[in-house]
Design a protein around this ligand. Structure first.
Ligand code: MG
Ligand code: MG
Length: 256
């Protein structure tokens, strides 16, 4: 595979394989979204993900990755990312649940996340979700050949901060392909004193704003995975795997 500044460039065939991996991830998230209701345990979402991976004969990418013990990350309310599903944790009306899911299919990864509402949620929780999703769209719109990587970061940051929310610094988006995490890192803020790479066709990027209602400070719990907001206010997370192409940004994690 060709490289530009250490970043693997995928050809059309490889992007096709990644699109299939991404499609499966999206179908799994669709099904989990249907199952998000008051009164269900978060382990139900893990069960759905594992069953669908079996059906599609793909491997869940997170299971065993750096020792992560589940197929999905399930992050409720103040949990930002990397939460564990549990048969004891029952979601209730008003919660928000972020599900992050990745698969490997045909040797390539797809990675996507969505935050779901449990029943009727507060206006402020809805606004947090809407702004996070909107910031992802704004970021994706900058995934254009010839632009600088940090134009993605700037678009996300400006959308989030102008709405009065915080952008998490501790975790960032990433290149993706044969490996789950490849170069480059994709911060959701413009890093001071660094210059981003110029985007080229064939780069495939997992863009994933993690947005907080209050401060963006993170605390990692004793399980060494679960990342929560330090002030325990809500967080939302949306992610797509996106290819930079000669025809503009192509979202690979879609169900259609
Ligand atoms: Mg992800
Ligand atoms: Mg990711």
């Amino acid at each position: 595979m060709k490289k530009a500044r250490g970043i693997f460039l995928k050809n059309e065939k490889e992007i096709g394989l990644m699109r299939e991996a991404g499609r499966i991830v999206s179908l799994i998230l669709d099904e989990i979204g249907q199952a998000v209701k008051p009164g269900v345990p978060t382990m139900l979402f893990e069960d759905i993900a594992r069953r669908m991976c079996d059906q599609f004969k793909v491997r869940p990418a997170f299971l065993g990755y750096l020792g992560f013990p589940f197929a999905i990350c399930c992050s409720v309310n103040e949990v930002i990312v990397h939460g564990f599903p549990s048969s004891e944790r029952i979601v209730k009306e008003g919660d928000i649940v972020s599900i992050d899911m990745g698969v490997v299919a045909g040797g390539f990864h797809g990675d996507s996340a969505r935050t779901f509402a449990v029943g009727k949620i507060s206006q402020s929780a809805q606004r947090l979700m809407d702004v996070t999703s909107e910031s992802l769209d704004r970021g994706i719109a900058q995934a254009v050949s010839g632009r600088n990587l940090y134009e993605i970061s700037a678009a996300v940051q400006e959308c989030v901060e102008s709405a009065g929310f915080g952008v998490v610094r501790r975790f960032v988006g990433h290149g993706i392909g044969v490996k789950l995490h490849e170069k480059p890192e994709i911060p959701n803020f413009v890093p001071k004193g660094l210059s981003g790479v110029t985007l080229k066709p064939g780069m495939v990027l997992a863009i994933e704003p993690m947005v907080t209602e209050g401060s963006f400070d993170v605390e990692v719990l004793e399980d060494r995975w679960t990342a929560v907001t330090k002030d325990r206010k809500l967080a939302a997370h949306f992610e797509h795997t996106v290819a930079v192409t000669t025809d503009g940004p192509m979202i690979l994690t879609l169900s259609g």
